[in-house]
Ligand binder design. Sequence first.
Ligand SMILES: Cc1cc2nc3c(=O)[nH]c(=O)nc-3n(C[C@H](O)[C@H](O)[C@H](O)COP(=O)(O)OP(=O)(O)OC[C@H]3O[C@@H](n4cnc5c(N)ncnc54)[C@H](O)[C@@H]3O)c2cc1C
Length: 509
Amino acid sequence: MAATFSYDVVVLGYGAAGAAAALQAAQSGAKVLVVEKSSTGGGNSFVSSANMTCPQDFQAAMKKDGAAHFTDYLEESTQHTTPREVIAAFTKGLYEIEPWLKELGGELEDSKYDKMYSYYIPPMTFPHLDSAQGLNLTVRHLKQTKLSPADTGGRRIWELLHHHIKDNANITLSYNSRCKRILKDHNGQINGVLLQNDEFVPAPAVIMACGGFENDIELRRDLMGPREFGLLGSPHNNGDGFRLAQHVGARLWHASAEATVLGLLPPGEECGFALGVRKPGFIYVNRTGQRFVDETKIESHRGHIETAEQDPYSGKSAHDPMYMISDKENLLDPDKPPIVDFFSYQVVVNGYKWSEHSEEEIKKGWVIVADTLEDLAEKLDMQELPATVGEWNDQCQNPPQIDETLATTLDPMRRDHETLVPLKAPFCAIRIMPLLYNTQGGPRRNEKAQILSIDGPPIEGLYGAGECGSIWGHVYQSSTNFAETIVFGRIAAKEAAALAKSRKKLPLR
Ligand SMILES: Cc1cc2nc3c(=O)[nH]c(=O)nc-3n(C[C@H](O)[C@H](O)[C@H](O)COP(=O)(O)OP(=O)(O)OC[C@H]3O[C@@H](n4cnc5c(N)ncnc54)[C@H](O)[C@@H]3O)c2cc1C
């Protein structure tokens, strides 16, 4: 008798990785079940900008053995913490995204945003690497069209995929349905999943697309240290993928890597707002009331890394709590609100609208206002603040002569001349901290998206895609997480569908 399974492929999680995997698996002839623990799906993908960094001239960047130049760069920027074959599979898959989306009725275009001084994302995160030379990158996202009308890039892609999934006869969507175990048979091959209600769903292939552990504070503390973080994305990503992978004997990687931006986490909330200040008149001060960094050059995925310093004497964070200090000219009367208003769970899902002159946020105490620096210093309990702002204002009037050969990009004296704007009363302060776009850690996968066991070889029938066990570890070339959801969702789906076909022919064990 041949093995009988209700589904060929079970996909865990219905963000972009799960959606791409489900659709591709169905296109490859598989019968698919998507198990999603929230009531709507979408995950971090829905609130994402879904920007995708690509070579400007993809043909040229693919010239050497398949995907060479961009692969070289990504390999060097991850400092070889991800095998080359895995990165090469990513760049090849990235190249294939555009035609696939086109078939689905979508179109990519270059992303263009207003300049923000507190939100800095150069297309190339590490332009000084050897492999970066001669490589020009651009950032692309899905164009807003009738079929993908949403304001935000992630929502556009997720809704486009959902449009093709929702009535697909080969895909069953199961919401409010949490996977609590992945199961293996006595040969170590995957044979199904166990849901929250103890229902067993037999299947020869499972794709883990269940996101990260942003909202599991204990796991975060274990893996990333004790620092306080806020969320920028979905509160539903609470590390199930990490635990499911451990139960099934998967090898883990990239646990301490993350992508964070500096922003405001309102007291009592779990999700925050990235700050999008449009004028350069602002500084960041640390717990001692002093500047410590070029505020305009903290790459907006490195909010934690650039501010994580420990004070060796006290053993505490050298900088927390940190504040953005600005003034009425900038924060209270801007052309646009001082938040990045085109993404984040607070904006896209909760529909939060920042008030026009921050009146509401001042009332709530999120923005602290004072007529004098002394008053502000008292409110923040930060005696050094008036001296720091005084020094800053002097520096703006008489910019220091810098020895260019010694300067580094993160030298506090190194702000570009046009950003040296003095602060004038009334003053305001916003407490800032790293907010997680996403974690990267989870089950380690290879170039075929197979999840590897702690002993080395792949666990037969188990695949990974997206943020759950992301290929990006150590440091991160910005805007490569979203593309990874589609690339590895599709690779995993093709492999899983082929495996399911071959296992259906085997006798039942
Ligand atoms: C505000 C914001 C902006 C971003 N902008 C960019 C960008 O411009 N470019 C870029 O490259 N990256 C960006 N990122 C990161 C990127 O969007 C994410 O890494 C990516 O979308 C993750 O997709 P995913 O499908 O792996 O996970 P998700 O989209 O988070 O989906 C995971 C799903 O799994 C479900 N789930 C979890 N556990 C279980 C379980 N046990 N059983 C069933 N279901 C489960 C969750 O409910 C969720 O729906 C951004 C992130 C945020 C938050």
